[in-house]
Design a protein around this ligand. Structure first.
Ligand code: F6P
Length: 319
């Protein structure tokens, strides 16, 4: 049977180990693996090639995705989805794995409602914002990149009388920010999911500064859209000269951690096994309570990921 894999949307560390495992495991099971290059754009343009072991040699330690990715505007149009479907048919692909995030799964849900597809999604986004799974590929690596940056910024912060504000990615989800704030002992954490009480927090920090605190580390989610407001507040209300660092795309790069490699292997084996034993199945592999399970893609995209309550409670421990 011909099986294919593609990346879609933002790349995430862990995609390459998944691609390698996909090719190796497909061969082990006696199937023919295909690689789709350039994400949904490549699917439309028929950039589909049969893979050999050689194509995926020496990639397990690399961030990003060797088959590249894209955010496709054309895929929103029916005529291009039809083209994409015909390309899959032309190669006789009977099962498709998509490494992607929420946006990609929405696109796949639409695609699968129009055409007979057998596909499984593997949650892959540093944002960790996909409903139904506790873990998405790339998250551990991104957290370690952010932790490393925050540890370094704290070194310089602690040598000066200053506040440091670090803006963290995550789209509309505060997961990366909240976990990074916890593990780096940040004094301030601002996420989209919780209202930040500038007055109360300002009073707390002013008191701490009066009794000897000489620096502050503030971690702010890009999705909170309050970076410049927090900057002004730290300078004018808390009273510390403030420097801002926007970590940006550095958070998406880097060699996948051990956790991301191991998760990639398990997600991929589960996905391939599922494709081999089903037809017309539209699912996502979810990681829940230490187990890998299959969830309907429709359920995944019609619900919103929510941060675990214990994380939200942790923001208050920062007070
Ligand atoms: O979804 C991953 C992510 O890195 C988000 O954290 C961020 O908001 C977005 O992608 C950036 O997208 P782009 O790389 O298209 O600018």
């Amino acid at each position: 049977m011909a099986l294919a894999i593609m990346s879609s949307g933002g790349d995430a560390p862990g995609m390459n180990p998944a691609i390698k495992k996909f090719v190796d495991y497909a061969f082990k099971m006696g199937e023919r693996p295909y690689l789709i290059y350039d994400g949904l754009e490549g699917l439309i343009d028929n950039k589909i090639q049969e893979a050999s072991h050689h194509d995926v040699a020496g990639i397990v330690h690399r961030g990003g995705t060797i088959i590249r990715s894209s955010r496709s505007k054309r895929f929103f149009e029916y005529e291009y989805r039809l083209k994409a479907y015909n390309n899959l048919k032309e190669h006789g692909i009977a099962g498709l794995i998509v490494l992607g995030g929420d946006g990609s799964f929405r696109a796949m849900e639409k695609f699968s409602s129009e055409f007979a597809l057998n596909f499984v999604g593997i949650p892959s986004t540093i944002d960790n914002d996909i409903y139904g799974t506790e873990y998405c590929l790339g998250v551990d690596t991104a957290l370690n990149v952010i932790r490393d940056a925050l540890d370094k910024i704290r070194d310089t912060a602690s040598s000066f009388n200053r506040a440091f504000l670090v803006e963290v990615m995550g789209r509309n989800c505060g997961y990366l920010t909240i976990v990074s704030a916890m593990v780096s002992g940040a004094e301030v954490c601002v996420i989209p999911e919780l209202e930040f009480d500038y007055e109360k927090e300002g009073e707390r920090l002013r008191k701490e500064v009066e009794s000897g605190r000489n620096y502050i580390l503030a971690v702010v989610s890009e999705g909170a859209k309050q970076t410049s407001q927090v900057h002004t507040w730290l300078q004018e209300s808390v009273g510390l000269e403030t420097r801002v660092s926007i970590l940006g795309h550095i958070q998406r790069g880097g060699n996948p951690t051990v956790r991301d490699r191991m998760m990639a292997f398990d997600f991929t084996i589960t996905a391939v096994n599922h494709l081999l034993s089903h037809h017309n199945s539209n699912k996502m592999v979810a990681y829940q309570k230490g187990e890998f399970k299959l969830k309907e893609i429709k359920e995944v995209v019609s619900n919103r990921y929510e941060l675990p309550q214990r994380f939200l409670d942790a923001v208050n421990f920062l007070d």
